[in-house]
Design a protein around this ligand. Structure first.
Ligand code: FCB
Length: 552
């Protein structure tokens, strides 16, 4: 009797357990709202081999503008022009990375990233461009960076050109307005392949040729500061035409470097060649067909302007349709050179905006939230707007027309997947800088907003991958607060804040969050990496002063 009762209890208990487990699972899925959208994104949501990293660029952190035979760059000269940079800031010292690179590599290592994206200062390794000699001190500096990354198991992801080049090339040719820059650039790229290529597997030829053309030759706020009304009031320039010429030269320069790499280096060195483009997402302001077309046009005039030539060998048909003869043409030989000249696409994604048609509608920018020139061909006859019916597209950040819109990263990746189906994508920049009113203290240590930002953008990216996009990496902009071009030090994107007096790197909450995010599920990856240095109570890694970590 007793035995029968126990068996009954046993079965009853098992039955209860099963019911409990089923309801717990259903509850968990319901709690997620949508089982497809995990509440907390994890590293394990990404495919094996996916690279998580941080990005920087030479000019923004190195300082040491005249050390060891480096020549002055276009930026070194530009920042000295009154009114070119907020507060008259310069990057003469910046984060002094040139002297503190070992400490910085320890910090990068402590984060547990797979890869580090940095750029080479053209003026440091070829102070006089093609006309002069290679500077051994410059080569040694980047060799030390590459070797120190590799011995810590971190992959170098190298941008050859990120906005800065020897001033002499600007004086001699007029910079990117001249076709002579193409061969000078190819020589620079070849020098990089020759000296660093045995250890570099990921190359980015150029950073954001599409944005650079706009900022330097349409708005005139980056060197050489050329523009014309209504875009700006510069002493010289033509905003309707010069951006197109500068871009043309940069695209051809890219294609020459890639040809060189593929013919002379790729088979031995086995690396991939890519490009980084500014990848703003545009959504139609309304359901009106005209605004939908405007959003498509805006994407063609920005992202596809930089990518169609490198994949299909010519400018987007949308641009041909609306530009007259001011849009340069490629010879059939150039088309061949350009076609399929990138192994991967690097996207720098920060902003999503609404697009409004300016072909059939009346667009006249009249306040500080819009941009002039929206009814011109160079802007694709599109007005970019950040609110709809008085509601902003997302929470504000510190950058003009940049709001927090996590869905935008999936949308831009989906666009690239559709337009360039065979090209793998790396997100090589994505980051947050707080609006000014958030205040120094909050911003310095407790950057919860930045943590939420990255969680949301990474989750949206994971969804794009689940939906079939071939995305292979995600890099946070940036490691530590840096010289943010014409904004100087006013914009702070760093996982680490930089004390401007002591130049101490102070970890923000976001640095600790990224480290935890990367560590949680990555034990397997960590086995292939040397031990991560201990971190003290402040989250600081011990300072490496004696260069003991350097390769012999
Ligand atoms: C990108 C640049 C990068 C940095 C971020 C904030 O356009 O590539 O150097 O300044 O913006």
């Amino acid at each position: 009797m007793k035995i029968t009762a126990s068996i009954t209890y046993y079965y009853f208990f098992c039955f209860l357990l099963v019911i409990l487990l089923i309801s717990a699972k259903a509850f968990a899925e319901e709690g997620n709202g949508n089982a497809e959208q995990p509440a907390e994104v994890k590293k394990s949501d990404f495919p094996d081999g996916f690279l998580f990293g941080v990005s920087t660029s030479s000019y923004q952190i190195e300082g040491a503008i005249l050390d060891d035979d480096k020549s002055l760059s276009n930026w070194d000269v530009f920042v000295r022009k009154r009114g070119s940079v907020n507060n008259g800031d310069t990057a003469d010292i910046a984060a002094d990375h040139y002297h503190r690179y070992l400490e910085d590599i320890e910090i990068i290592h402590s984060l547990g990233v797979d890869a580090y994206r940095f750029s080479i200062s053209w003026a440091r390794i070829l102070p006089r461009g093609k006309l002069g000699d290679v500077n051994p001190a410059g080569i040694m500096f980047y060799n030390k960076i590459i070797d120190n990354l590799l011995i810590r198991g971190i992959k170098p992801f190298v941008t050859i050109h990120h906005y800065d080049f020897p001033q002499e090339l600007l004086d001699r040719y007029g910079g990117w307005l001249s076709p002579f820059m193409q061969d000078d650039y190819a020589h620079f790229a070849e020098t990089c392949f020759k000296y660093f290529g045995d250890r570099v597997r990921y190359w980015i030829t150029m950073n954001e040729a599409n944005l650079l053309s706009e900022l330097a030759y349409e708005k005139g706020i980056y060197p050489p500061g050329r523009c014309s009304p209504p875009f700006g009031n510069c002493s010289a320039g033509n905003s309707d035409i010069e951006p197109l010429i500068a871009m043309h030269n940069m695209l051809l320069a890219h294609s020459k470097a890639v040809k060189l790499y593929r013919e002379q280096f790729q088979h031995k060195q086995g690396g991939m060649m890519g490009v980084a483009v500014s990848a703003m997402m545009y959504e139609p302001l309304s359901d009106d067909e005209l605004d939908k077309e405007a959003a498509n046009r805006a994407l063609a005039f920005s992202l596809a302007w930089g990518l169609d030539p490198l994949v299909y060998g010519d400018y987007p048909p949308e641009m041909r349709r609306y530009h007259g003869k001011e849009l340069p043409t490629f010879t059939s030989e150039e088309k061949q050179l350009l076609s399929n000249s990138t192994d991967f696409i690097g996207l720098n994604h920060y902003a999503t905006v609404y697009a409004k048609d300016c072909i059939y509608s009346n667009c006249m920018c009249s306040n500080s939230t819009c941009l002039p020139g929206e009814n011109r061909a160079i802007k694709g006859f599109v007005s970019t707007i950040t609110e709809r019916d008085g509601v902003p597209i997302g929470e504000p950040t510190g950058m003009f027309q940049t709001f927090i819109v996590p869905r935008g990263i999936k949308e831009i990746v989906d666009y690239a997947k559709k337009r360039y189906p065979d090209k793998p994508v790396f997100i090589v920049e994505n980051g947050y800088c707080p609006p000014w009113e958030h205040g120094e203290v909050d911003d310095l240590r407790h950057d919860t907003k930045r943590v939420e930002y990255h969680k949301a953008y990474i989750a949206s990216l994971a969804q794009a991958i689940r939906d079939g996009a071939d995305v292979r990496g995600y890099f946070i902009w940036t490691l530590m607060d840096a010289f943010e071009w014409s904004s100087g030090y006013d914009l702070k994107f760093g996982l680490y804040s930089l004390d401007r007096v002591t130049l101490n790197r102070i970890p923000r909450l976001s640095a600790k969050w990224y480290r935890d995010f990367l560590r949680k599920t990555s034990l397997k990856d960590l086995e292939s990496r040397s031990a991560i240095p201990a971190i003290n109570q402040d989250g600081l890694v011990p300072n490496v002063k004696d260069g003991s970590a350097e390769m012999a």
